[in-house]
Design a protein around this ligand. Sequence first.
Ligand SMILES: [Fe+2]
Length: 484
Amino acid sequence: MERIGSEMNLNARDIVSKFAEKGLNIHPDAVEILEELKGGNIDHLIEYISRSHDGIIVTPEYVKNLIGKYKTIESKPQMEISEKFEIKVERDITGNSSCEGGIEDFVFHFNSRFEKLSKILKRRVKSIPIASLTRIRPNEAEIIGLVCGVRETSSGNYLIELEDKTGRINVIATGKLREVASELLGDEVIAVSGILKGKNLIANRIIFPDIPQNGKRPNKDFAIVFISDIHFGSNAFLEDSWNVFIRWLNGEVGNEYMRELAEKVKCVLVAGDVVDGVGIYPDQDKELRIIDIYGQYEEAAEHLESIPKRIKIVLSPGNHDAVRQAEPQPSLPNEFASLFPKNVIHVGNPAWVDVSGIKVLIYHGRSFDDIILKIPRLDYSNPIGAIEEILKRRHLVPIYGGRSPLAPEKDDMLVIDEIPDVIHTGHIHTYGAKFYRGVLAINSSAWQAQTEFQKKVNLNPMPGNVPVYGPNGKIHRLRFYKGS
Ligand SMILES: [Fe+2]
């Protein structure tokens, strides 16, 4: 076997523990292959293998294949040159809605959610149906179920009601698992490994569908700009900051580095709340500069007209926009969409968009209100914490019945069934950009100062902060608001 590097020699135990740290088991033959490699780059190679792996056991075949690919990557120039910049809208609800809002729709919807998420979990556990648990009474069993209820018991443990298509069981979470159980939101699909005691399953492990370590960090020769929550029409809209942002896109402000970066921008993604809307919260009219929705969209279209036409704009709606409130939301209706310039692509919320090879999941983020309310360690100043929770559960709206209205579509499009390169959200008006297991999580702040309503809910916005995914995979944080 050819050697990669020469300085370090990891033994089998080190290799096994390095994979275990990443939540992976490795086959002994695969360990042997890696042991023989011996070299300074072996840590890097292990990182590469574990990021690319979407399963539970790393096989020798997988390792051999990845070593080949790893060598090719190492010898290649790092940046991918895009021959033709292209945006493809891969999936959204626009034109695909099937829901009529009846009880039956909810049955189909939750079945779809369960099927999709249990498929992901089945790659990681060997589950048996809940109904067969009490019949075959195995020593230790793994089950997959939808969380129907969670409560603390008088002894300080947690009781989780878990349901699959065959039945229901009470799972008891004790010790360290109490904390995990206390953060369950109520409608997520999880796997549990445990021991049957009477009619209850005593949990040893609670497994979330979660994102596997993702190896490929796109590294293109163009830049993507992420914005959201512009709120045209609001009297708190920060027009001065917005205008500086537009001037930057036009190459009119900033130092040489900033101007070069602006030239590389090929796409602006907008994650909802393009306008402030009308009648969204009590007494909103007192905080509006433009009181009719048509006028708000006219102003939005006029402002977006000033973005250079070489830049594509992808516009997804939020809860302030003129589409149905229940998620998933379709794209803006034609009466508003037709006002916008031709370089605007209208998509729904959520939307899966391929930006010349970078897979972006755009979601406005309304479910964050419920998640932040339910998990005390989270708050509005840390949007990435909320994004991590939805990635962990592989579902954009894991709580049903909270503040986020849900359209019970037969196909649950809110499941994160693919691994995006980037998840782009907004809604809570704060800034965050961080990699979570190889997925770039972004919350793109706002263009609105704090409203009276936000004061009441203790939301301190961080407006005018713009994340940019630049060439060389660099993340930039641009500030267009003086107070930020
Ligand atoms: Fe907003």
